[in-house]
Design a protein around this ligand. Sequence first.
Ligand code: GCU
Length: 375
Amino acid sequence: LQDGTPVTSAEQWISQRRPEVLELFQEHVFGHRPETVPQLRTRERSCTQDALGGKAVRRELTVFFSDDDAGPSMDILVYTPVAAETPVPCFLGFNFHGNHTVDPNPAIHVTSSWVRNDAKTGTVDHQATEQSRGKSSSRWPVDMIVSRGYGLATIYYGDVDPDFDDGFKNGIHAMLESDTSVRAGNAGGSISAWAWALSRALDVLEVDPLVDGSRVSTFGHSRLGKTSLWAGATDERFAMVISNDSGCGGAALSRRRFGETVKRINTSFPHWFCINHRRYNDNEDALPVDHHMLLALIAPRPVYVASAVDDQWADPRGEMLSLYHAGPVFELLGRSGLPNDDVATVDQPIQTDVGYHIRTGKHDVTDFDWTQYLN
Ligand code: GCU
């Protein structure tokens, strides 16, 4: 505990230490999530029963965050197996380029939100085009997911908060923050905004007749993996949490200063974390938390951390050690963490009540990754 008392029981973790750790992440890393929970309105934008050659129901649900149709909204693209007789467990994750890039099917609406064409800065504003249909489909093996009996719900992250540093004026910030000109050091950045929207998507999935809202897993790659972890840490309704190559500010330990560092990430992406996080630029040892504690916030729910060999920027070893050191909290809550901190063998997943793998290849999402998540 913050007063120095060691935590020895599940009860102490749940009622005392977990809230302390959550507060530390809100104050020093991600900032507080918006507190407002607006009255959502959901409109079915499209529905087909014969997606994927008759295997899946595919729907586009527009979720309005206010009573104004012209105000902020997000489109959730949902696939569920046609064969399912009961509501299915479902993966929920943001995509980077628009729902129309997940699947080449021409019936899916091309996003009209801001899209980026520069992965690093995201400063270029332009319109998504027909040509980008399906361009991210290798990262979204919808057929495999549905064939295994699961649902998939995905949202374009640009619907919620465009990914560039604009002083928190666009996206949902303007709607949720009364005065965006004065920014508190602990006000949430874009990752908090995206995580908040995953919770709103869960609000919708919880009452969806085709999805089992008590078995929704967050999923995300890279910056959206950081978002997946933060959503799972802050919203205990998520049943499972997946981090695909989330790296610095996600699963990786900041104190290792390996690959991307706190200073690098706060400099390249000043809008992702809270302003207080900048105090730890070149000063990681002063951080009152490290990211194994982020993973511990998810316990006892399963968390899966995946790395890739050619993704040293995300510090695969630091991602694994982080999961290993979250182990004591899993144990305290009656679950098993990683058995040891031995360097993991490439392409050999380790699965207990948590999961880890490091696969061959680059910073990406592959069928190998999804196969392990489905397992
Ligand atoms: C950059 C950034 C990472 C991030 C990644 C991504 O590489 O430095 O922190 O995870 O972009 O989101 O693709």
